[in-house]
Design a protein around this ligand. Structure first.
Ligand code: CP
Ligand code: NVA
Length: 311
């Protein structure tokens, strides 16, 4: 079953095909693409269920629009308004939904729930973010870099701040697409060892540099994300965390130390004045809205790959 669960489980060729297909399809896109679904559209006659146990703007809307542009139909569900959130098991839910729909996208908490769904479903499953990973985002990030700067292989990517779920998928992408990765953040928020070890096993340079001004000098791509992810909001001591993270804020002073051609990405939503200042996110190195747009293009490519089993 062609699931899209995590980037380390796929082949480099599959990932490369998904990115190339997205870049080529975007070039061919008509300005009014919502209206152009033909009988031969890849998702014609297909129904996709999307389960969102956490909020989402980009993932939810870009998948919904992408499904429709490819000729399919979508249902948006949340754990709390189905029996999934009230005691029905994931495996029973997977078996039932597989009798109704052709593909399931899930944004949830524990990554085990994603794998339990995939193990029991007879239709492809797409990971729309878990506490641990966010592979669709990292594919859009690779696509955006390659559109703007050419091949990402061999380039230097710097992640600043919290070594979170998006950072983990960036490490998977580093291993698969062959780019070098540096993390600069508080030691207690380093990416989990299993993601660092995975990237290291692929013969790329993986560094931890606690000095952001040194780390930024060689970066071709500078990335950050919120200092508190959705699953952490309740448990955090904000003041202590803020204090730990403030040296890693992406502000004008820090970014002025980067190369002229370096670009800045943030998966969004951004908390201006915390992990990034407005002058940077609205500044000339920022490509955050191209990155957000590319969620649509890459997700259409992922949907086609899952439904057709090839591109
Ligand atoms: N970047 C991202 O996944 O955004 P949403 O939470 O809005 O889907
Ligand atoms: N790390 C963030 C990403 C949001 C798209 C979170 O999990 O909340």
């Amino acid at each position: 079953m062609p699931h899209f669960l995590n980037l380390n489980e796929m082949t480099p060729n599959e990932l490369r095909d998904i990115v190339s297909h997205a870049i080529n399809s975007k070039k061919r896109k008509s300005p009014n693409s919502i209206a152009v679904t033909s009988k031969n559209a890849p998702l014609n006659g297909k129904i996709v269920a999307m389960i969102f146990d956490k909020p989402s703007t980009r993932t939810r809307v870009s998948f919904d629009v992408g499904i429709k542009q490819l000729g399919g139909q979508s249902l948006i569900l949340s754990g709390s308004d189905t029996h999934l959130g009230h005691g029905e098991s994931i495996s029973d839910t997977a078996k039932v939904l597989s009798r109704y729909v052709d593909l399931i996208i899930i944004r949830t908490f524990e990554e085990d729930a994603l794998y339990e769904l995939a193990k029991n479903a007879d239709v492809p499953i797409i990971n729309g973010l878990t506490n641990a990973t966010h592979p669709c985002q990292s594919m859009a990030d690779v696509m955006t870099f390659e559109e703007l700067r050419g091949a990402i292989t061999g380039k230097n990517i710097l992640w600043l701040g919290d070594g979170n779920n998006v950072c983990a998928s960036t490490l998977h992408a580093a291993g698969q697409f062959g780019f070098n990765f540096t993390f600069s953040g508080p030691e207690s928020l380093n990416p989990k060892p299993k993601y660092l070890e995975y990237a290291k096993s692929k013969n790329i340079l993986v560094n931890i540099d606690p000095d952001p001004e040194n780390a930024i000098k060689d970066a071709d791509l500078i990335m950050t994300d919120t200092w508190s992810s959705m699953h952490q909001k309740k448990e955090l001591n904000y003041e202590a965390r803020q204090k730990q993270l403030i040296p890693f804020q992406v502000n004008e002073q820090l970014i002025s130390k980067s190369k002229d051609e370096a670009i800045f990405m943030h998966c969004l939503p951004a908390y201006r004045g915390q992990e990034v200042t407005s002058d940077v996110i609205d500044g000339k190195k920022s490509v955050v809205f191209d990155q957000a747009e590319n969620r649509l293009h890459i997700q259409k490519s992922i949907l086609e790959w899952c439904i057709l089993g090839r591109l």
